[in-house]
Design a protein around this ligand. Structure first.
Ligand code: ATP
Ligand code: MG
Length: 450
């Protein structure tokens, strides 16, 4: 109410949708039974209690594009406390802006109260809390449904599906943009990117994932604003990087990032990797494999993927340290630690992935040893499978001989007699030299999984 009066006085309507276009089922084609049961039940329960409940965001967009949504979000005018009281199995999460998780079986629906972009806090748009680059410092104010639509990023992400009436509420022409396969920012693109620079990464991700074209007006400010990503907490950048890499379209996503000049803020190592032919082949093979696994609904491990992204650097440092006189194993371990330390300031890969990345890397030299008991021991290693997949990528990119990858593939397939016949005499462990000190590296390569 107060908001309306303020809007009237200040004539400030531009950022708020005038009203939604309400599309019947015949126009949008989404059927209620395409929703997850839990999402449907959540909307029904809200409606029975006299509240609004719409499926919103990615799920509506994906259904319009006849893709299967990966999760369902619900938007409502009920407060988090009211939502919580309606659902026995639910809990409020988040401090700054609370959302409610409603659970049915193993499915969790995220229920968010309509919120606005913060305009309500101040009377004048210029006084909305932002940093000196225009980054919004607060967006935790409840609003109405139109406010909620206006604070979303792209037109295709601001669609609300009412399952009871089977209607789509479209505030910014998102349905038409879906048909045209255009990614278009809501409002003034430059302002919206300044408010939250991560939206630039989201634009690249959605364009890659949906195979959409970024609207020229939306795209234009990105080249200039890309450096603003430096002001974003590294953990948030990491989350976004992970989403892009796990979107099932990582290869396209990475190229999209580079085309927009956004990789400096997200995957700074990309330039060096892609400028080197072997590095490029390796990363391309890694991203393709990840995309293929996701397409087949197979698990893809982030640690494995980040391990591949960092490998060209590890390899480079490893060889440099060896050339400087360091022995191979200690050189590899030094290189691993250096590279992991260096990336923390840029990408902030969480430490929980370190263990697996290091194990995969540390096992690589052991694939070269194909005599005696060593291949059998490697086969038993808990990380063998991941390390072997990694080896295949190295073979595919030409970093190691294709023959090495083939040998290990065959070694796994054949019976005991054939295995014994495969062992290479020339790579049997060499007689040990007298050791002056305990070798730190050897045991670390065989460490149990993290
Ligand atoms: P995905 O299928 O990848 O999850 P999504 O559209 O559901 O895509 P989410 O990150 O889950 O993306 O966000 C849910 C919704 O919240 C988006 O559809 C969008 O409307 C809104 N949203 C998320 N992040 C932002 C942001 N940075 N700025 C504005 N709106 C956002
Ligand atoms: Mg989502």
């Amino acid at each position: 109410m107060i908001r309306r009066i303020i809007d009237k006085v200040f004539g400030r309507k531009s950022r708020t949708a005038a009203g939604a276009q309400i599309l019947p089922q015949s126009k949008h084609g989404i059927r209620r039974d395409q929703l997850d049961d839990c999402a449907l039940k959540t909307c029904e329960t809200l409606a029975q209690a006299g509240y609004k409940g719409y499926v919103v965001g990615g799920a509506v967009r994906d259904l319009l594009l006849t893709k299967t949504p990966k999760d369902f979000d619900v938007a409502t005018d009920a407060t988090p406390e009211e939502v919580r009281r309606l659902f026995r199995r639910s809990r409020i999460i988040g401090r700054r802006f609370q959302i409610v998780h409603v659970m049915c079986g193993r499915v969790t629906i995220e229920v968010t109260t309509f919120r606005s972009n913060g305009q309500k806090e101040t009377e004048d748009e210029d006084e909305r809390p932002t940093d000196e680059h225009g980054r919004l410092l607060s967006d935790n104010v409840f609003g109405n449904m139109a406010d909620d639509a206006a604070r979303r990023d792209f037109t295709i992400n601001a669609l609300y599906y009412d399952p009871l009436r089977e209607e789509v509420h479209d505030y910014f022409g998102g349905v038409a943009d879906c048909k045209k396969r255009v990614l278009r920012m809501i409002g003034d693109p430059e302002t919206r990117f300044r408010e939250d620079p991560v939206r630039m990464l989201r634009a690249a991700r959605f364009a890659a994932k949906l195979d959409f074209h970024i609207d020229p007006d939306t795209r234009k400010p990105v080249a200039t604003l890309a450096p603003l990503l430096a002001n974003i907490p590294r953990a948030r950048i990491f989350d976004e990087a992970l989403k892009l890499l796990m979107s099932g379209h990582a290869l396209r996503g990475v190229h999209q990032l580079r085309a927009e000049g956004l990789h400096h803020g997200m995957l700074p190592l990309l330039d060096t990797i892609l400028d080197d032919t072997t590095g490029e082949r390796f990363i391309t093979a890694a991203l393709k494999t990840t995309d293929a696994r996701i397409a087949q609904d197979k698990p893809a491990s982030p640690a494995f993927l980040f391990g591949t992204l960092l490998w060209p650097q590890v390899l480079q440092r490893w060889h440099a340290l060896e050339a400087a006189g360091e022995k191979p194993q200690p050189a590899l371990f030094l290189a691993m630690d250096e590279v992991l330390d260096a990336q923390r300031g840029q990408l902030a890969i969480p430490r929980r992935y370190d263990g697996m990345m290091k194990e995969i890397w540390a096992l690589q030299p052991r694939f070269e040893q194909r005599g005696g008991q060593r291949p059998y021991r490697l086969l038993e290693h808990p990380r063998f499978r991941a390390a072997y997949d990694f080896l295949l990528l190295r073979a595919e990119s030409g970093e190691v001989a294709a023959e090495l990858g083939d040998w290990w593939t065959r070694f796994q397939e054949v019976d005991d007699d054939e295995r014994a016949a495969m062992l290479l005499a020339d790579s049997a462990p060499k007689p040990r030299r007298k050791r002056k000190r305990k070798k730190p590296a050897d045991s670390a390569g065989e460490a149990p999984s993290a």
